[in-house]
Structures are given as C-alpha cells and as structure tokens.
Design a binder for this molecule. Structure first.
Ligand code: PLP
Length: 358
C-alpha cells in the first residue's frame, strides 16, 4: 500500500490501520433490522459520550451541512453568532446566506468568547437563537461552555443554543444535557478519529418541536424528516454505512479507554505540547485561559522557518500544520486529539526537535 505522512494537522486527524479496518465491514441494507441495530448501538454510544438523552442524528456529509441544519430549523427572529476565527466567521456567513437576520459578536483572533459580551448582545431582544464555536480550530481557542450555559439558563431560557463542537466533541467532556445545549454538532475527522465525510448532532426535544413550526426548510436538512426516520432507527437517505461501522468500533475503543481517562489524556497531551513550545521560547496564540485541549496553536515568536521545518518533517513521514489562513508562518498548530496518544505525540515532537537542532 502507498504510504502517506502521519497527520498532526487539526483535521483530518491520524487514523491508525486498526480503525481504518473497521470501515471495511460488508455492506448491509439501510432499511433492514441489522442496520437499525447498528444505528441503535452507535446512537446510544454517542449519547454516552455526550452525556445526553437528546436524539442523535447521523448525517452522511461534512459538518458544514449541520451548520445549516441548526440554523434552518431554529431561527424565526434573528441569530447571534460569536466570531473569533475562521470557522465561526464562516458559520455566521452561512446564516446571512440563508437570509436570516444575523448579528455578529466579533473578537480578535486568539480571544475567547465571554458570557458578559454575549449577555450585552442578547439583551437587545433581537435574537431567538445563539450560535458559537466551542473550539475554534483555526486559532486553537477553546471557549468554555459553562459560563454561557449559566447565562442562558439564568436570563435567556427561551434562546435556542447551537454549538459547533467539530474539534472538541469526543476529545473534551461536554455535558450536553446539564449545559442545556439544543444543537451540538461535529464531524468525524477530528477527535472522533475517523475519516471525513460524516457528521453527528444531538438535538433537544424543544428544537425538534420548534422545527415543526418553521416553514421552507427544504428536505435534506429538515429535523422533522430526520426525526421521522429516527423513530425507526434509520436515516432519511442512504447513509455511509462504513462510517457507522467505524463509529461502532471507535465507541468500543472509547468504552475501553474510559470516558474520564479520555478527557484526561487530551488535557495531559495539551499540557505536554504547551510546555514543549514554551520550553523552546515560543508562546501560545490563544489568550490565557482559553487554550484548547485538542489543538495547540503556537505563536512563532522564535521566527522558526516553518516552511523549512515542514519540508523536513515531511521527509521524516509527518504532516505538520503551518498555520491557518492569515496566521500562516506567524502561528502554527499541533493537533493532539482522537487517536493521537502520548507516544505518537512524543515521537512527533522528538522529530520536530531533531529538525530544529538540525
Ligand atoms: N467547524 C469547525 C470548528 C471546523 O474546524 C471545521 C472544519 O475544520 C468545520 C466546522 C467544518 O467541518 P466539515 O469540514 O466537516 O464541514
């Protein structure tokens, strides 16, 4: 088989052979009892990882489609987006493109979302939906959900809360039901550690109910259509069955590792990477207190030759990230989520050191 560099980019992330193998199960019909059994196993496994009883829908497309599902099934009056990086910015532009009254709470790249700022915007009364990105992949900024949850419960219980957890779900503890998240979404190529092209979301009962009263949602992303099939443990259209087998396998792996151990592993690997960077004279790009447990974004204070390092790491069989968009060369990211274990990370950072010490 052709060999490709081992991935330390923030998605798609590294998928070892034993996980890839799990996607090679024989095909099954998607309107059969065996499919419903498989889906039921996958759904209940995901519910455990997300600490939720909410319905979990499985979508055979990238998470970008779920951005639209969240918006199109919830907004009547207006939607407030926080924007602190590239993905949150794109999501806000999708709301505008869908024709919704869209407010934007904008932060400088590197900054985290603060409940007080959200409060100031929501108090205008212009919005019935609030959308945020939990872990801004472009900047490695992680915005804790707890303060936002407290704010919404306390002052805006009627607001529907949409959370993009694309690069945090399955790598960070998210207590969906305790937090009161109405729509939590992710795709499989980040901390789930599977190939791309598949996404999952957890949808609250009140959002399922609300969706019924919203016209012109189209068909493909209509929550009510998903719900109709969910009752039979099926998907509305033919799903990517290999991904379901992959999820089943990954969920078994997560069960074996233990949820708490998994969350701790991600935090420890993040701390290890942060210290590695600081010990070499670099600083972290995110503001203090908002550093991601799944991606470390390192500010290139030492002016390392990122392109040169990239070439040498590639020769050694590793794919590094050189910084997202406007950050290229100024800040770069190391992903440590999903299947990236401590030994993978040390192997990568040792190689990085050898290149640096050239
Ligand atoms: N949201 C975040 C935070 C992301 O990092 C990404 C992709 O990297 C997306 C959304 C889009 O995900 P997908 O490529 O699965 O549509």
């Amino acid at each position: 088989m052709e060999s490709f560099p081992k991935l330390f980019i923030p998605g798609p992330t590294f998928v070892p052979n034993h996980v890839m193998q799990s996607l090679t199960s024989p095909q099954i019909g998607h309107r059969t009892a065996e499919f419903s059994e498989l889906m039921s196993t996958v759904v209940s496994g995901i519910q455990k990882v997300l600490y939720t009883n909410n319905h979990v829908y499985l979508a055979s497309h990238a998470a970008t489609g779920l951005w639209e599902m969240g918006i199109q099934n919830s907004v009547k009056k207006g939607i407030l987006h926080t924007v602190n990086g590239s993905f949150s910015s794109k999501w806000a532009s999708v709301s505008k493109d869908c024709g919704h009254e869209t407010g934007v709470l904008e932060y400088e790249w590197g900054k985290g979302v603060k409940a007080d700022d959200v409060d100031a915007q929501l108090s205008s009364g212009k919005y019935d939906v609030f959308a945020m990105v939990h872990n801004e992949t472009s900047t490695g900024v992680f915005s804790p959900l707890e303060p936002i949850s407290e704010l919404l419960k306390d002052k805006y219980p009627h607001i529907i809360w949409l959370v993009d957890a694309v690069s945090s779900m399955a790598g960070v503890k998210i207590e969906t039901d305790n937090l009161g998240i109405d729509f939590l979404l992710s795709s499989t190529q980040k901390a789930w550690g599977l190939p791309a092209g598949f996404s999952v979301c957890a949808v609250s009962d009140r959002l399922i109910e609300l969706s019924k009263s919203i016209p012109n949602k189209g068909y493909f992303l209509d929550i009510n259509v998903y719900e109709k099939y969910y009752k039979k443990m099926q998907t509305p259209s033919t799903p990517s069955i290999p991904h379901l087998f992959g999820l089943k396998y990954v969920l078994e792996q997560i069960e074996e590792e233990g949820l708490e151990n998994r969350w701790v592993r991600h935090i420890e690997n993040a701390e290890y990477t942060r210290n590695w960077a600081k010990d070499r004279g670099q600083s972290l790009f995110p503001e203090e207190g908002f550093e991601s447990p799944t991606i470390t974004c390192i500010q290139n204070d030492m002016e390392w030759d990122i392109n040169g390092i990239n070439d040498q790491l590639l020769e050694r069989g590793f794919r590094m990230d050189r910084g997202y968009g406007k950050l290229r060369g100024k800040a770069f990211r190391i992903a440590h989520m999903g299947n990236v274990m401590k030994e993978d990370l040390t192997e990568y950072l040792n190689n990085f050191d050898e290149v640096l010490n050239g």
